[in-house]
Design a protein. Sequence first.
Length: 444
Amino acid sequence: MITVPRMASVLRQVFDQDARALAREMGVIKRERKLNGATLLLLLVLGWLHQPKAGSSVLARFAGTVGVTISKQGIEEHWTFTTAEWLYEVLLRAVQCLLSAQGVAIPLLQRFAGVYIEDGSSIRLPDGLARYWRGCRGGNAQENGTKAAVKLTVRLELKQGTLQGPLLQDGRSHESKSLLQAVPLGQGALWIADLGYFALVRLAQLSKAGVYFLMPLKDGVVTWLAGKRVDVLELLQAHAEQDEQEYEILLGAAKQVKCRLFARRATDEQVKRRHAKQDEYARKHGTTITQRQRDWAEWTLVISNVPAHLLSLAEAFVLVRVRWQIELVWKLWKMQGQLDEWQTENVARILCEVYAKLLGVLLQHWLMLLSCWDDPHRSTSGVSEIVRDQAVVLAHGFCRRLSLTQALRLVCEAIQQAAGRSIAGRADRPSTSRLLLACDDGLT
């Protein structure tokens, strides 16, 4: 479990010792006069964490916070691909530090050895960066493809907050080729993902390893019920008077996976939204939506290999909602951290900025683990705003104006005492955390 001394030790290792050693080894800092690897890293990571839109002038002013006097031009001299490669190496060191918080007290999650949500998101880059990260090139009827893009993949454990990643791949990489597939999940863990990760081979591997999965069902997969091949949509329509249905099924023609199918009729509002998304997709890609696709959208279909004594139908539909917590991570990183925005056309600086901002949001997540992960109703957006405000305090800790442990305690106190740190209860639209807690009371 993460503690202030443990956190201080990790930060010293990554942001000081590793940063300085790598900077010397890779030729980023040849003579340690105004800057060394640690101060340059802090200037970029904390500077952009504090002000995501900062240009070189703003960063030059922030440099005084980390104990450095440097001009705007002095900073711009470091916008090189060598600096970008160095930042990437530091990022690789940072993602290997798997920090975990005290487990959050949600009984439904505690039934499993771990509850992991996994997803990927892409950042479109200028064409000049294609030699670093290759894009999709293709495009559709409305948009051209991109020569350069990077895909970020993360896996977040919901009980203790352990974050695996972000791992970076070419933007053209499909979710089924995620680098995290090589990172095993423990027996008794629950893995939650979206349709992009649907692959019968993967589900069979998870089942064989004793890992549970929970995800939407993909249309067109061969399905068996009681030894007979069935059409899922026809099966549901044959019992249309039931808004909720559950079946024990086998998926796949050759590689068969035993699981449970949970079906719930979508509300009129959900159906309307889904049909609108189908129409938008058809318009962009020049395709036609079939009646079967329309009918399929009228149901929410989820599959899982979790046994009945561990998970009911109602609990399954609450748990599948937590997958959207990973969407909130992307929203937080992109909208507040502005991972995919920059104020320059200098491609080397853009690459430096992306890597430095990734280090910043990773640091932000670690501070959330340290300060408030045990609060099931924590507001990630509210906490991230406080962390950005406290970046100066962290800088003082790294520069030894304060001890780093004292700086971390001050940041934690600011988070714990701040208004808006937790999501207030809503009677008409309860948060996911409150729905998870309600499961233990049989209120689902």
